[in-house]
Ligand binder design. Structure first.
Ligand code: ASP
Length: 437
């Protein structure tokens, strides 16, 4: 029998009616054996995510403010799920322990993780599946990074003996038992690790949209859906802001070649998007698969005559960035110029000192700083073989009267990146989208 790992996001488990949809989905295919839930998300646009409320509880405790009101709200949400589903399950017993732990100074990771923990307990009870506490199978190092090898073997060992289980997403524990979480949205990563550890046939990621769209629907009306995309294309797009899946969720399954299917809990009949191996022969190479981008970058442009023959020039700049703990996104270069594209948040309060140090170490002819830049990525695995793709992008931008401030084509030749002013960002995405549709 095939094995499918299914991860359900917060909106898919926000209340009892969503739980019912989830059960129907799981029971409609017995290959769906391992289920990874998020914490209850928002039921409507004015609602709160349980994870946010749990962080709030922790913040209240740390500042000595009573967290009773917030905690009661959390309690109500879980109790109404349990009651509406008619479960014979005492959720209050677990909530009481968590409340006490928080009062006694439990960490913020512990607080946040309880959203998934409680949802996992409820879902396991509702499905009649075994509950596996993620603290026993997601193993973190003391520095809060994941111990991938230990996690893989703990999962493998545990799941080889259990045929149907619920494993809450988002958290694990270090070797001393301290709870550690992934970054926000990290249940996607848990699902990917579970799938990889048992070499699943498919990793389904259920959310509230029917897969990826070619562009952000807040910018483009009814953008086309993407039915198939390769891991590499998706990595380029999600890194540039197209968010449906946590970016770290791609690596574990990509390594072992497990396809991911993004599905919509509210429209299970929709096919969603399949994310597949780069070498999947069944795909015809699309010139442009998707367009995504982000605002608020600064470009530092450095020029020096004969830079190309000066040994160690870029190394000196890179060391300065490293010493200041600044990571850069792109580094386009010419013979006598090099640019560093850096997110504004990375440069906060460091811009002047970094520029001074570069001047001192490299003695450049000029350094220019261009703030308020947005980066737009046009991604497609077929563009390397398709003449005129870049021309089409640049013509579209020029027709829309957008000044291109920077151009970079990744070495994979499946991404053409342009830098434009922040104010031109939405107009730029629309111009490129319309040129290819
Ligand atoms: N509940 C966590 C969050 O809101 C993790 C997740 O949903 O994946 O970030």
């Amino acid at each position: 029998m095939n094995t499918i790992v299914t991860k359900f996001g917060g909106s898919s488990l926000a209340d009892a009616s969503q739980f019912r949809k989830v059960k129907e989905i799981i029971f409609s295919n017995e290959e769906r054996r391992y289920v990874v839930p998020s914490a209850p998300g928002k039921r409507n646009s004015k609602d709160s995510k349980i994870t946010d409320l749990l962080y709030l509880c922790h913040a209240h405790v740390s500042t000595g403010i009573s967290f009773d009101d917030v905690f009661n709200h959390i309690r109500d949400r879980y109790c109404s799920i349990v009651n509406d589903l008619n479960l014979d399950f005492d959720i209050n017993e677990h909530l009481d322990i968590i409340k006490k732990d928080l009062e006694e100074g439990a960490s913020s990771d512990y607080a946040a993780s309880r959203g998934e923990y409680l949802n996992g307990l409820i879902l396991a009870n509702y499905l009649g599946f075994e509950f596996i506490d993620a603290k026993d199978v997601m193993i973190f190092n003391a520095d809060s990074s994941l111990d991938t090898a230990a996690t893989n073997s703990a999962l493998h060992f545990k799941l080889s003996k259990i045929s149907k289980a619920v494993i809450p997403g988002f958290y694990g524990a270090d070797k001393d038992g301290n709870i550690i979480t992934f970054s926000r949205g990290g249940s996607d990563v848990t699902g990917a690790l579970v799938a990889a550890s048992i070499n699943a046939d498919l990793y389904e990621n259920w959310t509230d949209v029917s897969g990826f769209l070619m562009a952000d629907p807040r910018i483009i009306d009814n953008p086309k859906p993407i039915s198939k995309i390769t891991y590499t294309e998706l990595r380029e797009l999600s890194y540039m802001g197209a968010s449906v899946l946590h970016e770290d969720a791609i690596f574990p399954v990509r390594e072992v070649g497990i396809p991911i299917n993004i599905k919509n809990t509210n429209r299970p009949q929709d096919e969603g998007t399949f994310i597949v191996k780069d070498t999947d022969g069944s795909m015809k190479p699309t010139t442009v698969t998707g367009i995504a981008g982000k605002k608020d970058f600064t470009v530092i442009s450095i020029a020096k005559a004969s830079m190309n023959s000066e040994l160690g020039f870029c190394r000196k700049i890179l060391s300065i960035l490293e010493q200041h703990n600044i990571s850069f996104e792109n580094m386009p270069s010419g013979i006598d110029t090099v640019c560093f594209v850096i997110q504004d948040s990375q440069l906060k309060n460091k811009k002047e000192v970094v520029v001074e140090e570069i001047k001192r170490a490299c003695n450049p002819d000029s350094i220019e700083i261009h703030p308020n830049m947005a980066m737009i990525a046009t991604v497609g695995r077929g563009m390397a073989k398709q003449r005129g793709t870049a021309a089409k992008i640049f013509t579209a931008l020029s027709t829309a009267e957008i000044n291109i401030r920077m151009i970079d084509q990744g070495s994979s030749e499946m991404n053409i990146l342009v830098g434009v002013e922040n104010d031109d960002f939405e107009k730029g995405i629309a111009a490129i989208y319309n040129a290819f549709n």
